[in-house]
Ligand binder design. Sequence first.
Ligand code: HEM
Length: 569
Amino acid sequence: PWLKNRWQYRHIPGPFAPPFIGNLLPIFRMGLHEYMMQCRLRYGKTFKLYLGKSMLLVTADPEVARKLNYRMNNRVIQGQLQLNEDDQINSQGLVVARDERWRMLRLAWQPTFQSGCLESYAELMDSSAAQLAQSLRAAADSGEPVDMWRELGRMTLHVVGSTAYGVDFHTLEQDASSGAAAEGAELIQACQTVFAAGSITRGSIYILLNAVLPAPRLVGWAARTMPDKRLTQLIQARRTIRSVSMDLINKWRAAHPAAASGTANGTANGTANGIAAAAETPLIEEISAAVPAAPAAAAAAVADAAPAGSRDQAVDEAPAAAAVGKGKGEAVRRKGAGMAPGSFMGLMLTARDKTNGSALSDAAVVAQANTFTLAGYETTANTLAYCVYNIAAHPEVQARLLAEVDAYGRGRKVAYKDLDQFPYAEAVVREALRLYPPATMISREVKAGGFPLTPQVHVPAGQQVMSFLYGYQRDPEYWPAALEFRPERWLPEGAALAAKSPDAWTPFGSGARMCIGWRFALQEAKIALVRLYQDQTYQLQPGQVPLALQQNITLSPRNGVWVTVVPRS
Ligand code: HEM
């Protein structure tokens, strides 16, 4: 395939790539996102590069990316090491699922993100943000610098616990040395490890070998037999997250005995924290007996949803660059069927495949919960950390944000009905997502019929194409003052700085497979910004401008965002 690829795509420009290692050396040196940016500048909007032995076909043209994302529904998850049952479990999550299975899962997830639910999450998000602000107050008193990236991660995980599962993950407690707070700290550590250790450049040597050597089984065998430190940490971290998910299933079953009684392993067999027990729990097991009907609200919501994959639905939902600042999502304020916070697990456990009536196995439910926990943790924490960094680095932005926050009222809860009162905070979030998109590129597998990547190159079915959104979101062809942090470009007054293409801002992807949590994330970020700036500001520790970035699974601050917390008078 290596030789065939090189021949077949010889007309697509790209850097010289030696066999096996491909372009890994410069990628190691400057990071994948920066290297791809260089390729974009040197070779144009369509190029190829080699991530070890695998070729990446890349488009940095937002219009081509839109066509690709709307037409293709599967993504390729590259070079996964198959180590243990956690890999089998995680391959069933919504991010990885394909075709009909993905469609079924997407429908099952959807009610969680409808307006009715988002409304009920607002209070929980507000409470988590207020708790974080309160805990940062202690840092203000002591004058000790804090890493806002990590602090914000404590909050985003707290929000996942309360909104999706109706539990307190205890990640916001000040003293994490024992009890539930220590378990919360363990969960945070596990999430951080998954994101840090899963990358080619910073992860286990076996992840690198798997990218380079054309012998995945051999590498898999060696990794299982002689795991290195990073891999051992990764395996342990995944086990921790899975245990928490399993514990949440058990808790749900214990709290809903009537609904759970119909399930094969519907007994609450967790220990106090579930972490020890879950490792022994037989996970890969189908729910065989009659399954209770989905909760009425969920069923109604699923029935109402447009068929996933339809272009209309995606267009309706997509937060296109051009639309922002005008209607600001009236469409997304449609009232959905209200689900109580914490219903995610119930939705998953009672979801059924319409085609054959089967329920999700426990493994599949664990996979969805793992996905929610991880997706809800890292991306939003990164986004908010980029906001804090940029606000601190731009005094004029901070002044305007503070004016908006003060106009609402210091110490006041941020209510869902008032979210329209923070256009500037929203502009800050959108601008941070433009310059620092946590996902720098997204993948699609070309389906039958192929895809016209350029007028000369028709990509055949099965091939992966990446949309390099980090590239076009920073491209002066689409953005005036492209590399400047200018939130006003998202407001009517900043029309001269607005995007020149409605497709040039896609931090959440696009098409039917677009991020399912985008409204959740924007809402959380906005509420958090208001709360965090009500009583304090954050001053950057010296030496952090420009911010050092690194591309692991997400684009994250390489050394965190270190600030001193300054109380407001
Ligand atoms: C600022 C925060 C976030 C960013 C920047 C982000 C970005 C993305 C992107 C770029 C994709 C791929 C879209 C595509 O392929 O077209 C994605 C998918 C996904 N995101 Fe997010 N995301 C964020 C927050 C969240 C949250 C809070 C959740 C909720 C739990 C979430 C859950 C997911 C899931 C499940 C998918 C896969 C959807 C599918 O394949 O159908 N994300 N996200």
